[in-house]
Design a protein around this ligand. Sequence first.
Ligand code: NAD
Length: 321
Amino acid sequence: MIIVSEDICKKVISRADAFKAVEAVFASMAKGDAYNFPVIREAIGYQDALYGFKSGFDKAGLILGLKSGGYWPNNIKKGLTNHQSTIFLFDPDTGQLDAIVGGNYLTAIRTAASSAVSIAHLARNNAKILGMVGAGHQSAFQLRAALEQRKFEKVIGWNLDPEALPALAKVANDSGLPFESVTRQEIGAQADVIITITSAHEPLLMKEWIKSGTHIACMGTDTKGKQEIDPQLIATANLFTDEIAQSISIGETQHAIEEGLIKQSDITPIGQVINGDHKGRVSDDEITIFDGTGVGLQDLAVASAAANLAQEQGKAQIIEL
Ligand code: NAD
């Protein structure tokens, strides 16, 4: 059994490794070779914490395990990250514990890899302007991974609290790109690719603001009641997701489904595009939307990659059980 700490995860796994792992598991999910088990998420009545498990099995990659953790809102006062998680990997042949892997850094890079996979497969090849809606903890990870997918020339961004934008501007500038703070309408008018990564509960982008041909990765909505974009925008776009069951219940399409604007059958798992079973984008004019809800198999995929890399590099702590 090995332990891979948060620090070692940061050292061993690259954005390219995370992209490869997440792309492969989305492909396995679409083939029916990998599936997520029902998610458990409970308010534990202590420290206002939300605690739960995400788990699944990838038969193609032989990855079995769970991510345990949640949200402790008071952590910030203790100098800790509010989101806390740990990933446990088991040997699918015997059920024995194989690895305990820190899940905080991996959650950020697997979420960034998810939107990056969507951009790689769905954005126009000539996309030049990247728009960021949200500038919280996840946003820098999202931006770094997205910038590697197309030859972007400029990044524009909006955040509820503009004081958080300079940190995002630094990421763009470090990649040699200019950054402009703009209105949400301006993001719609200019951006070829947009990432939304907020905790909003109301639409931040309206249908009439978005130009044709845009790809939008909606990454913030992962709970019932959250919302980032106009359901009318969802209704007119070519829709993709990581997992349909999550998309319609806790993801961005939940509102358009509730309002009867779309049906479940209007949404395509992105794995089908990766596998070549669905065309993906069919014209330079259409708007594509990826609803990245975040599935347990993504966590297991990057944890497995991190565990393998740590072992190869002699950086894993080995424990005899
Ligand atoms: P954070 O708390 O660091 O940042 C929150 C962001 O949301 C900030 O930009 C803030 O300004 C913005 N925001 C909050 N309320 C808003 C409102 N009413 N209107 C507009 N903007 C608002 O959080 P984070 O760690 O960056 O995560 C951002 C979101 O992504 C969260 O909702 C989180 O649950 C979600 N998330 C999704 C996945 C996934 O796999 N899809 C993974 C991790 C996090």
